[in-house]
Design a protein around this ligand. Structure first.
Ligand SMILES: Cc1cc2nc3c(=O)[nH]c(=O)nc-3n(C[C@H](O)[C@H](O)[C@H](O)COP(=O)(O)OP(=O)(O)OC[C@H]3O[C@@H](n4cnc5c(N)ncnc54)[C@H](O)[C@@H]3O)c2cc1C
Length: 379
């Protein structure tokens, strides 16, 4: 058994760590407050190859592995978890195209995504279908060699960015013999007539991440934009979500690491009763528990990514990592605020932002309850 990262993985982690420290973290509070999207940071991330790490070199990717991608997502999330989620979702979009697309689709759609020139989206959730993804109702009707999409999606990440270019959209293309919806997946460019980006959601946190509703009204896409085998759209989206769960676990670890570092620094400098509060076991044991939890979650996502890189089954490991890491980060963020006392509740310190941001990680890409369902099915 070898826990050592390769030289390339170490190099990528180092590059992303430095980038997060020098470029992202100093602006994270301002981004959260203003809600402006950091296009300059995103384009630098693209130039450094972050969006393309695990994708084939022939499409402009880095030809690396998912362990490296997850390490990158962890480090970027340590700077700003909104940017970590942006990376996660654009790589999900590219993953679905690379895994299930034809050669023609891969050559056409992947290069701008993996080079970070354009940002991709993944559109599954609807107003009446979240955890129960099979019950979506967005309809795709065949007319000649075109598909006509009608319906709505909600809470969709990335597509509201100026650089957001395409979404892989799940839609019901027919009914099976038992009357259940047959689902296909479509590549839908944002500028397609009939595709409207609806309102931007006013969220509790995570303001550097774009979240919008989408509306499709007689939105026509050619048959060549249908992705994968007919009728397998839901299975493809669920397979992509498995990859996304590794990424959300990595986002959680990055955010939790930021909480730990902030709490540790504060506990060393804050004096009460004549000495730094880290000298009190009530504080130092909390920090020890936080550090153990962060490391455990890190090992869990790395194992899931390692399995994925070897084409071994990783459903259990990805859900377990996502469940544990996302619940862990909420506890760690709460403890980080507690260690800061009253200052932790003020926006002068980053931990109040971390605390608001942490909750979403238990919801996106399958709630904690859905992860428990997946885990139980795999026992
Ligand atoms: C910031 C943000 C970004 C997002 N980005 C995207 C995106 O890019 N693309 C996309 O497609 N979606 C996205 N989502 C949607 C997200 O994946 C869903 O919110 C999530 O899957 C839950 O669906 P829901 O909100 O409809 O909740 P519901 O499914 O209505 O669940 C409500 C509650 O009931 C629980 N529940 C439901 N069914 C069961 C059950 N069988 N057993 C036990 N408990 C159950 C849930 O766990 C939850 O606690 C995003 C969401 C947010 C908040």
């Amino acid at each position: 058994m070898d826990f050592a990262l390769s030289e390339e993985q170490l190099m990528i982690r180092e590059m992303c760590r430095n980038f997060a420290d020098e470029i992202i973290a100093p602006r994270a509070e301002e981004l959260e407050k203003t809600g402006e999207y950091p296009y300059d940071i995103m384009s630098q991330m693209g130039e450094l190859g972050m969006m393309g790490i695990p994708f084939a070199e022939e499409y402009g990717g880095g030809g690396g592995d998912w362990v490296s991608m997850a390490l990158c997502i962890e480090e970027i999330s340590r700077g700003d978890v909104g940017l970590g989620i942006m990376l996660d979702v654009t790589s999900m979009c590219a993953h679905e195209i690379e895994s299930f697309g034809t050669e023609e689709q891969r050559s056409r759609w992947l290069p701008p995504l993996v080079k970070g020139k354009e940002i991709g989206s993944f559109a599954l959730t609807e107003p009446d279908a979240g955890s129960d993804a099979a019950s979506i109702s967005c309809a795709a009707t065949r007319e000649g060699d075109q598909w006509v999409l009608n319906g709505a999606k909600q809470f969709i990440t990335n597509i509201g960015l100026d650089s957001g270019s395409i979404a892989v959209v799940a839609a019901v293309s027919g009914r099976d013999s038992r009357g259940r919806g047959v689902i296909d997946s479509f590549i839908v460019p944002k500028d397609t007539p009939g595709f409207t980006i609806g309102r931007r959601y006013d969220k509790m946190g995570l303001h550097s991440s774009s979240t919008h509703e989408l509306v499709f009204e007689d939105c026509r896409v050619p048959e060549e934009n249908r992705l994968g085998e007919p009728g397998k759209g839901l299975a493809q989206h669920l397979a992509t979500l498995q990859m996304g769960r590794i990424a959300i676990a990595a986002c959680s670890v990055g955010l939790a690491q930021a909480c730990l570092e902030a709490a540790l620094a504060y506990a060393r400098e804050r004096i009460q009763f004549g000495q730094p509060i880290i000298e009190y076991q009530g504080v130092s044991f909390k920090l020890a528990d936080m550090a153990v939890a962060v490391e455990l979650a890190r090992l869990m996502y790395l194992k899931a990514a390692w399995l994925k890189d070897r084409d071994l089954p990783y459903t259990f490991e990805a859900s377990a990592a996502k469940l544990y890491a996302s619940e862990m980060v909420e506890r760690v963020a709460s403890d980080a605020v507690q260690i800061h006392g009253g200052y932790g509740y003020m926006s002068d310190y980053p931990v109040s932002r971390y605390y608001r941001q942490a909750k979403v990680l238990q919801i996106v890409e399958g709630t904690s309850e859905v992860q428990r369902i997946v885990i139980t099915r795999n026992l």
